[in-house]
Ligand binder design. Structure first.
Ligand code: F3S
Length: 406
């Protein structure tokens, strides 16, 4: 890679040991990916925060970085932790896990990283640095990456925990992949027929992702204007099942006209036509349903934003949870602060449990006594059985509410 004089000096330790280490990580990554130079970034979003997934190795690395004086150079935020940082006992988390997780957050905070612990930084412009069209950023967390690239038109590769942290410390990222125009061209075309429900967007993402890995899909024919919930869930499913980092949607996403160039240059390799009936037929294969009906339903993967709280509030219609039923919502303190207290009070009053700054996939569900869950998220239904060895049913949020509330 060609480095500027300033970058070379940082690599040699002029800006301290931590910055030199971070620079080394990024130079190695850039060399591996064939990047020509470093790009300055507007923000970093650091993933791999949960003690459940990252374990002692992360703790050791963070202790080392902070000892060497690491400080974030650009606005930086954190992905969800493995527990609600304030109410972990209520979640059923043990003190050992809680102390390790709290230490991880404390170390990130010492580096000047915002500890909101959210996987939807794109919805938190009030607390987290807002992103804009064409801006280069270095984000970890696959649902945030695909949303930033596709819906906002900011530019980021799928960063890992280490590279996103190194970018937070240096304010740089190597220029390759989705930072370049050529890396953002659609390679696959999907024509969608019929009307899609919210859950169909999860199934659509999962179906494409499972069968076509790491492509950039261009979707056309979608009726009406998908809302933020549909776009979040489509992206999260594409990313979870197929490792996708970007999609285009005709008339909706800001760079959808790139399809014209892809067609002209013969980059589009395949075309798929699909509708609700094919998606419903594929559901059993994508997410085999358990034999038993769950008593616990989890919502908020990606974490709940204001739109999802409004939808849940509308579905509850003043009812309360039946005996033995539980609905748990995962969100962040930052989202709570965006809501009117009336909506929150009604939802909590109905018996719904809400946890902040964490997520259903990176919490130890089995330790919390949970053995079978229902979720409305294709991404959660993909990961929960793998991560927590907990059986999962995929179903619409409205059906969960109907089954659980009387
Ligand atoms: Fe977010 Fe956790 Fe789902 S990080 S996208 S809630 S797996």
């Amino acid at each position: 890679m060609e480095l500027t004089r300033e970058e070379e000096l940082a690599l040699e330790g002029e800006e301290g040991e931590a910055a030199a280490l971070a620079m080394k990580v990024l130079v190695n990554l850039g060399d591996l990916e064939g990047a020509g130079r470093m790009l300055p970034i507007g923000s970093a979003h650091v993933s791999g925060v949960s003690y459940l997934t990252a374990g002692g190795a992360l703790l050791k690395l963070l202790e080392e970085f902070t000892r060497k004086g690491a400080k974030a150079k650009v606005p930086s935020s954190l992905n969800p932790a493995g527990m609600d940082l304030a109410c972990w006992e209520r979640m059923g988390i043990g003190p050992f896990f809680a102390s390790k997780q709290s230490r991880i957050i404390e170390l990130f905070s010492q580096m000047g990283i915002d500890t909101t612990c959210s996987c939807i930084p794109y919805e938190l412009s009030g607390t987290v640095h807002p992103i804009r069209l064409g801006e280069h950023v270095a984000w970890g967390e696959s649902n945030a990456v695909i949303y930033a690239n596709s819906v906002v038109g900011a530019r980021t590769n799928r960063e890992g925990g280490i590279s996103s942290l190194a970018s937070a410390i240096t304010g740089l990222t190597p220029e390759y992949g989705l930072h370049l125009d050529g890396g953002r061209l659609p390679t696959f075309e999907v024509e969608v027929r019929g009307n899609l429900s919210h859950l169909h967007f999860d199934l659509l993402g999962a179906y494409i992702g499972k069968n076509w890995n790491s492509v950039i899909a261009h979707l056309s024919g979608i009726k009406g204007r998908p809302d933020i919930i549909d776009l979040k869930h489509l992206g999260a499913s594409l990313a979870a099942k197929g490792g996708h980092a970007m999609f285009h949607m005709e008339g909706v996403t800001p760079e959808h006209r790139m399809m014209e160039r892809s067609r002209k240059e013969g980059i589009v390799r395949e075309r798929l036509v699909i509708g609700p009936s094919e998606l419903e037929a594929a559901q059993e294969d994508l997410y085999p349903a358990p034999q038993k009906e769950p008593d616990i339903y989890v919502l908020g993967c990606p974490q709940f934003g204001p739109a999802e709280f409004g939808r849940l509030h509308g579905a509850i219609k003043g009812r309360k949870l039946k005996e033995g039923k539980r609905i748990i919502v995962f969100t962040s303190k930052a989202v709570r602060s965006m809501l009117g207290s009336g909506v929150l009070n009604d939802i909590v009053g109905a018996g719904v449990e809400i946890y902040d700054d964490t997520c259903m996939v990176v919490t130890p569900l089995r330790d919390m006594g949970i053995g079978l869950v229902g979720t409305d998220s294709g991404k959660a239904a993909h990961y929960i059985p793998k991560m927590s060895k907990v059986e999962t049913e995929l179903l619409p949020m409205e059906l969960m509410v109907e089954r659980s509330m009387g």
